[in-house]
Design a protein around this ligand. Structure first.
Ligand code: IMP
Length: 195
């Protein structure tokens, strides 16, 4: 294969811009299976306020491309809880930082409707006019207590068909079912075909 995927380590031109190491580890494991190597750029970037993850992530990708002039991808996720009208959705990061998992469980106290979904949007950009979006959705439920000790909403999200929260699963097991895996795999299939 030629182009981006053959570039190894320091010579890799493809950047994954994120300040979240958990995402880097997940992306390395998934994209690595396709022979896609990227360089991690540890950077926080602005996110506009909008209702759609696709719009938010696309704007961030454009913002980064304008400054870095380098092929790159970013990933944005959100937890959408049906009983809360889809909240926190695009406000997931802020909600996690402010009320956290305990706050979400409190908002849902006494609610038997526990259905939710995790969405992931991967945006790849390699020119101002060439932007590609890949999405992954996993349906599930919100647990009634904190279960497990991993990052973000992992301790309260139980994917459909499973009895454990993401946090109670091992790394590989979460990878098998995760919303991010679905989006990253779509990206990887597209990338490999393109080259
Ligand atoms: P963002 O994509 O970094 O903006 O994520 C929004 C919020 O969702 C952050 O608080 C993350 O910690 C959380 N989040 C995103 N993906 C996951 C995941 O796979 N597990 C747990 N929390 C996640």
């Amino acid at each position: 294969m030629t182009g981006l995927v053959t570039c190894r380590n320091s010579r890799s031109r493809l950047l994954f811009v994120t300040s979240n190491m958990n995402k880097v580890l997940e992306a390395k494991s998934i994209l690595g299976k396709f022979g896609i190597v990227f360089k991690h750029l540890n950077l926080k970037y602005p996110e506009i306020q909008a209702e759609s993850l696709r719009v938010i992530a696309s704007e961030s990708a454009r913002y980064l491309y304008e400054r870095l002039s380098n092929p790159l991808f970013i990933e944005d996720s959100g937890l959408f809880i049906d009983a809360l009208g889809g909240f926190p959705g695009p406000y997931s990061s802020y909600t996690y930082k402010t009320i956290g998992n305990n706050g979400i469980l409190k908002l849902m106290e006494g609610t038997s409707r526990r259905s939710a979904r995790f969405e992931s949007v991967v945006v790849y950009i390699d020119s101002p006019k060439s932007i590609h979006i890949f999405t992954g959705v996993v349906k599930g439920t919100i647990s009634s207590t904190i279960r497990g000790q991993k990052w973000g909403f992992d301790p309260i999200f139980i994917p459909e068909g499973k009895s454990q929260t993401y946090a109670e699963m091992g790394f590989d097991e979460k990878q098998m079912v995760s919303h991010r895996r679905i989006a990253l795999e779509k990206f990887a299939f597209w990338m490999v075909k393109k080259l």
